[in-house]
Design a protein around this ligand. Sequence first.
Ligand code: GDP
Ligand code: MG
Length: 601
Amino acid sequence: MKTANIRNFAIIAHIDHGKSTLADRIMEQTETVSERELSAQLLDSMEVEQAHGVTVKSRSVRNFYHGDDGQEYEYNLIDTPGHVDFSYEVSKSLAATDGAILLVDATQGVQAQTIANLRLAVKHKLTIIPVINKIDSASADIAATEAQLRALRPEFKDTEILKISAKTGQNVHQVLEAIYQRIPAPAEGNDQALKALVFDSQYDPYQGIIAEIRLIAGQLQAGQKLLLMNENSTFTAQTVGIYRPNMQAVKTLKTGEVGYLVTGLKDINAIQVGETITDFEHPTQEALPNFQPPQSMVYAGLYPKEGTSYEALKQAISKLALNDAAFHYTPEQSEALDAGFRCGFLGIFHLQIIQERLHDEYNVEVLTTAPNATYHVYLKEPDARKEYLTITNPAKFPDFAKIDYVTESYVKAVITTPNDYLGAVMKLCEQHFGEMVDLDNQQELVTLTYKLPVSEIAYNFFNSLKSITHGYATLDTEFLDFELVDVVKIQIQINYAPVDALDILVPRQNAAQIAHKLVEKLKYTVPRRLYPMPVQAIVENKAIARVDVPPLRKNAAVNGEKRSISKKQQLLRRQSLNKRQAARSDIKLPQSVFDAVLNLD
Ligand code: GDP
Ligand code: MG
């Protein structure tokens, strides 16, 4: 295909506004797939097993369109994640496109994710085709939706805004025409050195890393010796091909095209998303500007639950990390939980998604410790080589006597919410020590910018935000800086044995309150024994809260009235000896114990 006839684009929309339905119509009207094949929405098929046992989660589909102008076009439709709360994930896909169809449901109007998505498309300097969907619906208010769109972006002209029904197919033809008419073709470059952007990748046990790429310049064929410019390593292209939407090998991928590259690389970490691939013999001069993989904001320990082996968890985690550059992991050892991983996430919602994917896609059950932020600890007698210690695991927080001061990561949080919830959202941010930076009113929707400590949003901030706005708000966070904080470590001892996996770092001013709530919660979640077990919260060597976990059934101490005092004491002493021995080894902590830390309000 001539570069001039290639178009690379995405569909962006608030959830349920019809993105998948429109993608289906496009594939159908370009005869990429038959109507029958569409029964299962193909672009959403995370779990489709392919013939070779590859779990294909392709981000792109190539379609061929015969334009009304008599020319044939190659339309590469690139899928974006359904939620925009990780703008980084959406950005990865948008980086491979030149335009976006902004879809708005006429029965709902502009929603928070419409604005968040539009913000990203504008940031990527994409050509935007505004489309009002569901015009067939009785409750469609086309005029009002159009007015909202124009208020949101005055650049949209009346004639530019298309009105369609993705369901019935009405006016979808106008969308197909607008794609080649409005979205620019990729820059020419077939005679230049190869320069390809990796915007997604997956792993296949037989074929190694399969990279999803867009060619910015040059051409690519199987057998070509290639160079990874960031990684600075070489390999040979095994196969190149396209998704239609199934994998289909092709001889050559050309400038502007989107497709896959089978690398044969078996090291899962060999290629990062955002990597630039070039020809080894004739390399391009400059790598593409690298994606800034977002820094992990929130850390938690992931440990194999019963029935899952450490090896299985390790395999699953490393594969997940392959196409999620925001997810980081390192092995760690816990006294209480044994071998596991300290993992970094963008936020609690990201953690939830990873947990779900581990379960759904890899059949792996994990125990997750309470999440925490990143701290920089400055010691009174610092190491000559390191100004501060970076702490992502509370168990590694140094002894308080050695600490000079501590700083914690802060984020810039951009929240878009319907006007009705403005008061509630502001209150939520203030409760979490948020400092307002900006407030931007767009008719029915408001965009708020706050500066917030990560530890405050690490727990249930996101869920609270979704709940008070009935799911209508979006949250986008970006690392800001480290600021001075006064934190202490709460250590939990169950039956006199410290449980390192339960260590948490909290603001000093809240420590006593949190410690009391925590031990109260643990009272009912720690598995019971035949004897009462003390649960203590220790801060800076002092026990500041204590409860006893009630025994499984009445024991000697309770029945003791009938016995002599001395006998009761004898019994107690014997029991407490037993329990001291038992403590370290055999208390199996269920997930509910760790969840208790999360739900202290
Ligand atoms: P997505 O979340 O943006 O991918 O939205 P879907 O494509 O899954 O559509 C969400 C719902 O809206 C589904 O029940 C669709 O059948 C429905 N829908 C999509 N487009 C239209 C349309 O043009 N008209 C009507 N009436 N319903 C539509
Ligand atoms: Mg969908």
